[in-house]
Design a protein around this ligand. Structure first.
Ligand code: NAP
Length: 281
């Protein structure tokens, strides 16, 4: 039976440390880390994420500044807000909740955020710093995945890490982080031939596909560490991951549940990035 990597518990421990970091920053430099959270429109899922992020900020002592804009906000108006936040000394991190409505180009907004306040780690400068292995703000979900792999006890060095999914927010950055941790990395996607065969050679498997219970136990090598990034809403309203958790837990050496694995760690890493940005301000 696999070790269940309990993301909720690990994230809570992480947040307790972050609260101490905030207290120390306030005491030594009189800085309260501040996160501006920008939401355009009223996408219900985005509203839930934003609420969770603001609550998590409050729990560790980070100030959050909410900007809720109407769905018909123009790109120029959003760029003007981002520009104001870039110059606001109380704001150390800027999070523009994605997706944005179609009249706004996400890439233009991401590029307008100061790289020093880019706590999502999506700005091309931070992406380049990650690619070259230089210090910078890193994307939150991949950071959370790396922390969960560390908790599994498996050192990625020399291991074969197989990532399914090549998105800019999960697949590609986690591949770079695993490479930096000296894993041998394979990235799979919808055009990969012999997918099951490739996955079954993975000592570490990261599933970031967005398809309910796509991976069964036949695809997993005995003793693999499995990180399930998928968060899929089923017709009955419940959530499930990309992996068949109940089947795989008898074959893997460690596995994250979903929900309750990567999700809570993503938010904890957003807080960590905001504190890092404040420390470097
Ligand atoms: P995405 O942008 O939709 O990317 C999905 C990837 O899966 C693509 O690279 C796609 O390949 C690949 N894929 C799709 N079908 C496949 C198949 N049949 N075989 C092999 N590869 C296949 O998704 P994402 O944004 O990375 O998110 C992935 C999942 O993680 C979603 O469920 C999302 O909700 C979840 N997520 C969770 C968190 C969290 O904090 N818990 C954060 C981010 C994302 P192509 O590139 O060839 O299309």
């Amino acid at each position: 039976m696999a070790y269940i990597i309990d993301g909720k518990k690990i994230a809570a421990e992480f947040r307790a440390q972050l609260a101490l970091d905030v207290a120390s920053l306030t005491q030594t430099r009189n800085i309260t880390p501040g996160l501006a959270v920008v939401l355009v429109g009223n996408n219900p899922a985005s509203e839930v994420y934003v609420r969770m992020k603001k609550k998590a900020c409050a729990d560790v002592g980070i100030a959050s500044f909410s900007h809720e804009l109407p769905i018909d906000t123009t790109e120029d108006d959003l760029l003007a807000l981002v520009n104001r936040l870039n110059h606001d000394p109380n704001v150390h991190g800027i999070l523009v909740q994605l997706p944005l409505p179609p009249q706004i180009h996400e890439s233009r907004i991401i590029q307008a955020i100061s790289p020093r306040k880019d706590v999502d780690g999506f700005h091309p400068e931070n992406v380049g710093l990650l690619a070259t292995g230089s210090p910078g703000l890193r994307p939150c979900t991949p950071l959370g995945i790396m922390a969960l792999i560390a908790k599994s006890g498996m050192d990625p060095a020399g291991k074969h890490a197989v990532i399914i999914g090549r998105s800019n927010i999960v697949g590609k950055p986690v591949a770079l982080m695993l490479l930096q941790a000296h894993a041998t990395v394979t990235i799979c996607h919808s055009r990969t031939h012999h997918l099951q065969q490739v996955i079954s050679s993975g000592d570490i498997v990261v599933a970031a596909i967005g398809r309910p219970r796509f991976l069964g136990k036949e695809a997993i090598q005995e003793g693999a560490v499995v990180i399930d990034v998928g968060t899929n809403r089923l017709e009955d309203g419940t959530l499930c991951g990309d992996c068949d958790f109940e089947a795989i837990k008898h074959k893997a050496s460690a596995i994250t549940p979903s929900p309750g694995g990567v999700g809570p760690m993503t938010i904890a890493m957003l807080l960590a990035n905001t504190i890092q940005a404040a420390q470097q301000s």
